[in-house]
Design a protein around this ligand. Structure first.
Ligand SMILES: Cc1cc2nc3c(=O)[nH]c(=O)nc-3n(C[C@H](O)[C@H](O)[C@H](O)COP(=O)(O)O)c2cc1C
Length: 311
C-alpha cells in the first residue's frame, strides 16, 4: 500500500502534517544538530514582533504535572532582523516555513505585515525562497487597551486580522487563543475576514505559587500552560473550530505521539503542531512521521483525507 502523509493548506504543501510549534523550536538551528529538518512538514518561527523584544524578567519556564508553564514574553530579534538573517537559513531546509507574528497594537501588526509583504515581493523578484505562510498570533495583550489579549474578544481580534489581511497576500493562518469567549465564532470571523487557515490552541493562562516565598513563581503573575495536560481541552476546541469553518484547521496542544496527532486529524485538523514535546524528545519531529506511517499501515489508511474530520 502506498501511504501519503502529505497535506496542503492555502496552496502550501506540507510533506507530512507535523509542524514544529512557535516558541518551542526557535528558528530551527539548535534542532538541526539532532536530525535533518527537511524531514518535517513545517516549522513555525519563534514569535516575531515589529521591534526586537527582550522578553520577561524572572522565571520563564516551570514544569507542572503533565506539562509546563512559560512566560517568555516574546523575546525575539524583530521581524526585520529575521527577514534579513534567520529566514534564509530556514528556507535552506526543504520544509514549509511559517512566520509567527505577534504585536501589542493593531498598528504594530499592520506595520510588521507590510514589511513581510515587501520582503515577499522582493524575494519573488530575485527568485529567492521566502516564508510560506504567516501565522498570526492574536493571543498577545493589547497594550493600548489595558493588556487584554486580542484573542479573547471577536471584535478586537477582527481588527488585527483585517489590518493584516489588507496589506499582505501571503497565505495567512490565524492562531487562536483557548481563552476566546467563543471559539467557533472566532474561527468563523477569521474565515470571514479572509484568513486561509486557523491554528489552535495557544497556551492556557495559568498560575503557580511558591508557597514559601508566598508569591507567584512568575514576575507577571500568570503564565501559559502547555503540554499533555491541555490535550483533551485543545482537542475539543479544535473539533469545535473545525465544525465552524471550511478553511483548514491546524491543531495543537499536548501532542506527544503519532496517535495524539491522529486524534486531532480525526477531529478535523489538516495539520498539527508539536510544541512542548520537543523539550521531552529532541528528535520528536523525526520520529512522529515514522510512527504515523506505521499507524496508517497497521490501520490500512493510505491518506489522511480518509480520516480527517471523521469524528
Ligand atoms: C516556551 C514556549 C514558548 C512559546 N512561544 C510562542 C510564541 O512565540 N508564539 C506563539 O504563537 N505561541 C508560542 N507558544 C505556544 C505554542 O506554540 C503552542 O501553541 C502551545 O505550547 C501548545 O502546544 P504544545 O502543548 O504542544 O506545547 C509557546 C509555547 C512554549 C511552551
Amino acid at each position: 500500500m502506498t501511504i501519503s502523509t502529505s497535506t496542503e493548506i492555502a496552496g502550501v504543501r506540507f510533506k507530512n502534517p507535523f509542524i514544529m510549534a512557535s516558541g518551542t523550536f526557535g528558528f530551527g538551528k539548535e534542532y538541526a544538530r539532532f536530525y535533518d529538518l527537511s524531514l518535517l512538514g513545517g516549522i513555525s518561527s519563534k514569535g516575531l514582533t515589529l521591534h526586537p523584544k527582550a522578553g520577561n524578567k524572572g522565571n520563564r519556564v516551570y514544569e507542572t504535572a503533565a506539562g509546563m508553564m512559560n512566560s517568555v514574553g516574546l523575546e525575539n530579534p524583530g521581524v526585520e532582523a529575521f527577514l534579513d538573517g534567520e529566514l534564509d537559513r530556514m528556507t535552506s531546509w526543504d520544509t514549509a516555513i511559517l512566520l509567527n507574528l505577534g504585536g501589542g497594537s493593531v498598528e504594530d501588526y499592520r506595520e510588521a505585515a507590510e514589511r513581510i509583504e515587501a520582503d515577499r515581493l522582493a524575494r519573488i523578484r530575485d527568485n529567492r525562497r521566502g516564508a510560506d505562510m504567516i501565522e498570526l498570533n492574536i493571543s498577545c495583550p493589547n497594550v493600548k487597551e489595558g493588556g487584554i489579549a486580542f484573542g479573547i474578544d471577536t471584535g478586537e481580534a477582527r481588527k488585527v486580522v483585517r489590518a493584516v489581511r489588507a496589506v499582505t497576500r501571503m497565505p495567512l493562518a490565524v492562531k487562536l487563543s483557548p481563552g476566546a469567549k467563543d471559539i467557533a465564532e472566532m474561527a468563523a470571523m477569521c474565515e470571514g475576514e479572509g484568513a486561509d487557515a486557523v491554528s489552535l490552541v495557544n497556551t492556557f493562562t495559568a498560575m503557580k505559587i511558591d508557597i514559601r516565598k508566598r508569591k507567584s513563581v512568575f514576575a507577571n503573575g500568570y503564565a501559559g500552560l502547555s503540554g499533555p495536560a491541555i490535550k483533551p481541552i485543545a482537542l475539543r476546541l479544535v473539533h469545535q473550530a473545525a465544525k465552524a469553518v471550511k478553511i483548514p484547521v491546524i491543531g495543537m496542544g499536548g501532542i506527544s505521539s503519532a496517535e495524539d496527532a491522529v486524534e486531532f486529524i480525526m477531529a478535523g485538523a489538516h495539520a498539527v503542531q508539536v510544541g512542548t514535546y520537543n523539550f521531552v524528545n529532541l528528535r520528536a519531529g523525526a520520529e512522529l512521521e515514522r510512527d504515523l506511517r506505521a499507524f496508517m499501515e497497521a490501520e490500512g489508511i493510505s491518506s489522511l483525507d480518509e480520516i480527517r474530520g471523521i469524528v
